[in-house]
Design a protein around this ligand. Structure first.
Ligand code: PEP
Ligand code: MG
Length: 508
């Protein structure tokens, strides 16, 4: 039985199946006076589970601990309903709704919070058993909580197959980060897996079988010396790395960091100038002599709501016009941290020249680039070219704002002819300034091929896509590429583009 999903970490591994499948009824007679004690016991339980793991994973857990210990959360529960479990559930839903956004990262927090809620309620109802994951197995589940994901790492789980499709949720990021072969979005996988003993994960497929077969497993992380992969006919494609957490800089040597999303610092409460400065400085020393590209906080609007009263705008406009103090702290931290002069700054959600001029004044001699992720910026790339040092294409937002569709919507596709036209246009107007891609299209097999066919030569991708990117790039050549770009530009429909790209991918 072979099923397809979305590969988070592409690899090939085989092992016995371990199914995580729990559905429980909840007890209903818990009293409000017990709530703080119950939360403390749950926190102790969480901490025990992650005991011995990297300090940074404690940060993930701290996010939830922060919620459980917050006075306003307790108050919210007290105000909700007489039934305590229902109150907790409603209060977490309320927080979760605040994160229920159109950006993949923060929308995923909302999904995660719901799983966290289920586990917390199970714990309170006395129904949370300790799962002992079996080492070396392939874990199959509907979804994982952050605790279960950390536990999977600790238990040396060989691979993970999930029904969920929360692409960049914390539990998934942990697996990605640790290079555990993972497939998500596999429909009904828990029920199906119950009929089998073994699973073979092969990139985006999982195959269930009752026979123990021998395969040659593929390592996930290869240590690369080169940061430039060449096509079959020698076209150099420069590779940079996208990171979400400061520690990730240690994983790769010799690569520029093309995108450091600082929103996670913000979410973890790292806001003060000095804390930020220490982190940026340490990262810049670790990356040196390569470049560290720090993207200013992409907050506000529908991405990371700061508070309910906040206006529905995000990125640079939020910082400039609604939270100047936060902007000043971040800029000053970056300036102080840039002792080695290897830091560049990337501005998120730019749409107007004034925004860039304003930031440029504040940053003085630090190089700045802008994200091309709004149709507005794509259409006036030639104007921006005069004032910025580089461009970075954010295909995730560019697609959603071009197509007027939430990027988490099931029907969301980023291969629409209009998106490609905008990309093509923007790229052609960007020369001679460097133009890289840090959006997901560049770490998607067919997206990567399409963008290379347009002539784009710099890609900032997650570490776990390095292998695959190298594999694809080395099979491409000029003839195939020019045919692909012609077909994309002349296509009428998204389906034609996807079909054509898949055809080329399969024939490589
Ligand atoms: C993008 O929009 O493509 C991008 C890289 O930014 P983010 O996904 O962080 O919004
Ligand atoms: Mg974006």
């Amino acid at each position: 039985m072979k099923l397809k999903g979305i590969a988070i970490v592409s690899s090939k591994v085989f092992g016995e199946i371990f199914i995580l499948d729990k559905t429980k009824d909840l007890k209903n007679d818990i009293k409000i006076e017990d709530i703080e004690n119950l939360f403390e016991s749950y926190i102790a339980y969480l901490l025990e589970e992650i005991n011995g793991m990297d300090e940074k994973y404690r940060d993930y857990i701290n996010f939830y601990i922060g919620i459980l210990r917050s006075k306003s959360f307790i108050q919210m529960i007290k105000n909700k309903d007489k039934n305590l479990l229902k109150s907790i559930s409603l209060a977490i839903d309320e927080i979760s709704n605040k994160f229920s956004l159109e950006n993949e990262h923060y929308k995923d927090i909302s999904v995660e919070l719901r799983f966290f809620k289920n586990e917390l309620l199970d714990f309170i109802a006395g129904k949370l058993e300790k799962e002992n994951f079996k080492e070396g197995t392939i874990l199959v589940a509907k979804n994982l909580t952050i605790r279960q994901s950390l536990k999977a790492v600790k238990s040396n789980i060989k691979g993970v197959v999930l029904e969920t499709s929360a692409l960049t949720s914390h539990p998934i990021l942990v697996l990605k980060d640790k290079g555990i072969p993972t497939i998500i979005g596999v429909e009904n996988v828990v029920e199906i897996a119950k009929n089998y003993k073994y699973a073979l994960i092969d990139n985006d497929h999982v195959e269930f079988t009752n026979e123990n077969i021998e395969i040659i497993e593929k390592p996930v992380f290869i240590s690369f010396e080169e940061n430039c992969f060449k096509t079959k006919d020698g076209i150099p494609i420069k590779i940079q790395i996208n990171i979400d957490f400061p520690e990730e800089v240690e994983k790769v040597k010799n690569f520029d960091i093309g995108l450091f999303r600082t929103e996670y610092l913000y979410l973890n409460g790292i806001i003060s100038r000095n804390e930020q400065k220490d982190i940026y400085e340490e990262m810049s020393y670790k990356v040196y002599p390569k470049i560290l590209t720090i993207r200013l906080f992409d907050l506000g609007g529908d991405k990371v709501p700061i508070s309910v009263e906040d206006p529905n705008i995000r990125g640079i406009r939020y910082l400039l016009y609604y939270n100047r103090e936060l902007l000043n702290k971040q800029i000053s931290a970056i300036k102080l941290a840039n002792k080695l002069k290897n830091i560049k700054v990337l501005i998120p959600m730019v749409s107007s020249i004034e925004e860039v001029v304003e930031i440029k004044k504040l940053l003085e001699d630090i190089e700045i680039g802008i994200m091309i992720e709004t149709p507005a910026s794509a259409l006036i790339t030639d104007r921006f070219k005069k004032i910025v040092n580089f461009f970075s294409l954010g295909t995730n937002d560019l697609s959603q704002y071009t197509l007027a569709i939430n990027r988490n919507d099931i029907s969301f596709q980023q291969f629409h002819p209009s998106v490609f036209r905008l990309i093509y246009y923007s790229f052609s107007k960007s020369k001679p300034k460097p133009f890289s891609v840090c959006g997901d299209m560049g770490s998607n097999d067919i997206g990567l091929i399409a963008l290379i066919s347009f002539g784009i030569r710099i890609f900032s991708i997650p570490i776990s896509y390095l292998n695959r990117a190298k594999e694809i790039i080395e099979k491409l050549d000029k003839n195939v590429l020019s045919e692909i770009s012609r077909k994309i530009i002349t296509a009428y429909r998204q389906e034609e583009i996807i079909k054509c790209l898949k055809f080329y991918l399969d024939s490589l």
